[in-house]
Ligand binder design. Structure first.
Ligand code: ATP
Ligand code: MG
Length: 417
């Protein structure tokens, strides 16, 4: 039987890779321009990192993690997100000794055991950015500005920025209580998971995707009715800085985000072109995460972009694939050897050159050059070679001219590169 990939795990094939490379390259350029540095973290971590960091009563920890025991019996988990690992690395290597703040980004695969569907996979890719060590709301705005700038730079517009505040340790418990009371009155309308969440984590109900639950929360109390003056001040400043940067946003008082560690600022970028899996990116502030994973009290804020969803939104018409610069078509033994010499030399010069290895007819070599979308073809025949000449054909305009082989490199550099 043929072996197939696991459900929810995708191959990214050569004809799609141009888009991925473009997005990754743009992310590096934009983020580094904003002063961020890449960090690479392991794909496997101890399970406690996520159960303590993300929160026991979250969807991710309750039902989405790929957790298993290794051969020594340690419980390990394939990372479902990157923030907890980045925070762990920051503490473990005492990066705070180098500077009081760190601006870090990383990109790579994440793993969550969710029901695979469009925009939702079991292995998916994220680009993550985090700022550790700054409490000032200026940095909340700076990070959101960078995210929107990045999304615009890759060609996404028609996006909606939603912001909210989630309160902190002073005011969130009061909101939690208020929400719990409200939900108790609506329990008959809620799904089984949400009935349980009323006790374990009532805020999660606001994030439920079941239609009847969405209806049940229509009149639920808003976090903004409960927040303390410190959180209100922080939120007002974030909005002021976003306004000063000319960003438009809407306030979504129901947005809670899927992870427990968020405090104060939460934000999401949604696209109405995506259907039900509509969040392209999300993030927020997490001033308690570091404590949860055993460190000191360090404030943090970050976001994660879902790469599959982003890539599905890239505008049509832009060419991402790479094609040969020059296809060398040769006919006869001596020309074939010469073609091989030329192609090897061109490769050293960084020219994407191709040739035929199978001794096919000139016609079929030209067909292959066409299929590969080569920009130019160099045609080498016995007669021309004896005279030290070859024919260069522009595959777009179909115009061709004879050139001295000795000048090929110069011509390639002038015309093709
Ligand atoms: P959702 O509400 O769609 O489940 P989330 O709140 O779980 O998203 P985060 O943990 O904040 O998502 O991750 C940030 C981004 O990563 C999301 O906005 C989304 O674009 C992407 N993402 C999350 N889970 C998946 C998945 N299973 N498959 C593909 N992309 C995903
Ligand atoms: Mg989710």
């Amino acid at each position: 039987m043929e072996i197939k990939a696991i459900r929810g795990f995708n191959d990214i094939l050569p004809d799609e890779i141009g888009k991925w490379q473009f997005v990754e390259k743009t992310a590096r350029e934009v983020f580094e321009g904003f002063g961020f540095t890449e960090i690479r973290i392991p794909i496997l971590e101890r399970t406690e990192l996520f159960s303590r960091g993300i929160g026991e009563a979250t969807d991710i920890v309750e039902k989405e993690m790929y957790t298993f025991a290794d051969r020594s019996g340690n419980s390990l988990t394939l990372r479902p997100e990157a923030t907890a690992s980045m925070a762990r690395a920051y503490l473990e290597h005492q990066l705070y000794n180098y500077d009081s703040m760190a601006k870090l980004y990383c990109m790579g695969p994440m793993f969550r055991y969710e029901r695979p569907q469009k925009g939702r996979y079991r292995q998916f890719y994220q680009i993550d950015s985090e700022v550790f060590g700054v409490e000032n709301p200026m940095v909340d705005a700076e990070l959101i500005i960078m995210l929107i700038h990045f999304l615009k730079t890759v060609g996404l517009d028609k996006l909606e920025l939603q912001v909210n505040t989630l309160g902190d340790r002073t005011c969130r418990p009061k909101y939690r209580e208020g929400l719990k009371k409200y939900l108790e009155g609506k329990a008959f309308q809620l799904c089984e998971d949400c009935k349980r969440r009323i006790e374990t984590n009532p805020l999660r109900v606001l994030d439920c995707k079941v239609e009847t639950c969405k209806q049940a929360i229509a009149d639920a109390p808003k976090v903004t009715d409960f927040i303390c003056s410190e959180c209100q001040k922080h939120f007002d400043s974030v909005k002021e800085y976003l306004g000063a940067a000319g960003l438009s946003y809407i306030i979504n008082p129901r947005m809670v985000r899927g992870l427990d560690y968020y405090t104060r600022t939460a934000f999401e970028v949604v696209s109405y072109q995506l259907g039900s899996q509509n969040a392209v990116a999300g993030g927020g502030r997490y001033d308690n995460l570091f404590q949860e994973i055993g460190g000191k009290e360090i404030p943090g804020i970050g976001f994660a972009i879902g790469m599959e969803r982003l890539i599905s939104l890239l505008p049509e018409g832009k060419e991402f694939s790479k094609y040969p610069d020059l296809f060398v078509a040769a006919l006869g033994e001596a020309p074939f050897k010469e073609a091989s010499r030329i192609v090897n030399q061109l490769h050293l010069e960084g020219v994407r050159a191709e040739l035929d290895y199978e001794g096919k007819s000139l016609k079929s070599q030209m067909r292959r050059a066409d299929k590969l979308k080569a920009r130019y073809t160099l045609i080498l025949g016995e007669e021309e070679l004896k005279r030290g000449k070859a024919v260069v054909r522009n595959m777009g305009t179909k115009s061709q001219e004879e050139i001295p082989i000795g000048n090929l490199l110069d011509i390639v550099k002038q015309k093709i590169l």
